[in-house]
Design a protein around this ligand. Structure first.
Ligand SMILES: [Zn+2]
Ligand SMILES: [Zn+2]
Length: 312
């Protein structure tokens, strides 16, 4: 049942479907040594706020923090608790508290998350998050991508495909960002304000703009693939090679953007064909710099998320 404020309750006629889904996912993940973490639905406002502002650029962070659903007392006082908007921040804090040199941890979590879009009531959606922490080897990208494909195939989505891109690393990315900013400034009078501001803040963002003038300019702009350093280039071709060997269908999509600037190197979307179009059912990538910003500990990581917004 959907209530008017976008929260869900599931009655027995729907619960059995959730149980099958959860059981299949848990089975595949446990075969690959991923351990479940059950995060509290209530989170410390300061921890989430600090995490989100650390991992995004200023404007993006403002939008993201406005999307957090905070609890308030009937008299209007805000409490210091917030409804869980995502899981990565808590997983990184947990891992930072237990990790030792060369440890690799494999975790996943599953359950409701809450966010609030501008001018809309809070809404609940269900998210699966899978994270491999402590390895900077390109094989960990391949492990997580392959696992994501295995889960989709295990759920009967046999035509699932991959879209791949690389966001480069801290040594090759700055030249791209700088050239992109110069390019955007040159075309500022043609681009809509939203595209210019969004991309100037984060050149990897998806602006969701459908104005053909904007898309034409963005398409002709600098491409990160032309800026990758030898190491990033080599890692990206290893990802493609392993995925091809596993018979996973993929396309390299230079326009695959993420609205979180924290990803580096491999990023991917999991897509299905639907009604002549494409439906993105999940995605993720490597995020080696995020833990340092949030926990102060350097933990290379790669993960993926899959969200479900309607009820089954
Ligand atoms: Zn690089
Ligand atoms: Zn635009």
């Amino acid at each position: 049942m959907n209530t008017s404020i976008g929260i869900h309750q599931f009655m027995p006629d729907k619960v059995w479907k959730w149980k099958i889904l959860e059981h299949k996912i848990a089975h595949i993940l446990s075969l690959h040594d991923y351990q479940e973490i059950r995060l509290s639905v209530l989170q410390d406002y300061h921890v989430i706020h600090q995490g989100i502002t650390a991992l995004m650029q200023e404007d993006e962070a403002l939008t993201a923090t406005q999307a957090i659903v905070n609890l308030s007392q009937p008299n209007g006082d805000l409490s210091l608790l917030t409804l869980r908007p995502e899981g990565t921040i808590s997983v990184l804090h947990h891992t930072a508290s237990i990790i030792k040199d060369r440890d690799v941890h494999r975790f996943y979590y599953l359950g409701p998350m809450f966010r609030k879009e501008e001018h809309e009531a809070p809404s609940e959606f269900h998210q699966l998050g899978v994270e491999l922490l402590g390895s900077d080897s390109v094989m960990s990208e391949n492990e997580v991508i392959s696992l994501a494909m295995k889960i989709l195939q295990g759920l009967g989505l046999r035509d699932a495909r991959l879209e791949l891109n690389s966001f480069g690393c801290s040594s090759c990315r700055p030249a791209y960002v700088s050239d992109m900013k110069t390019y955007l400034q040159k075309h500022e009078n043609v681009l809509c304000e939203h595209c210019f501001n969004t991309l100037y803040t984060n050149p990897f963002a998806d602006t969701h703009c459908t104005d053909s003038k904007c898309t034409a300019i963005i398409d002709k702009g600098p491409k990160i693939m032309d800026y990758l350093c030898p190491r990033c280039k080599q890692n990206f071709s290893k990802v493609k090679k392993v995925q091809a060997n596993l018979a996973h269908q993929y396309t390299v999509k230079p326009s695959l953007f993420k609205n979180f600037a924290y990803y580096n190197e491999t990023v991917f979307d999991l897509v299905l064909s639907s009604n002549g179009g494409v439906q993105v059912v999940g995605g993720g990538g490597r995020y080696d710099y995020l833990s340092q910003m949030i926990t102060g500990k350097n933990i290379p990581a790669v993960g993926f998320l899959s969200e479900y917004r309607q009820h089954l």
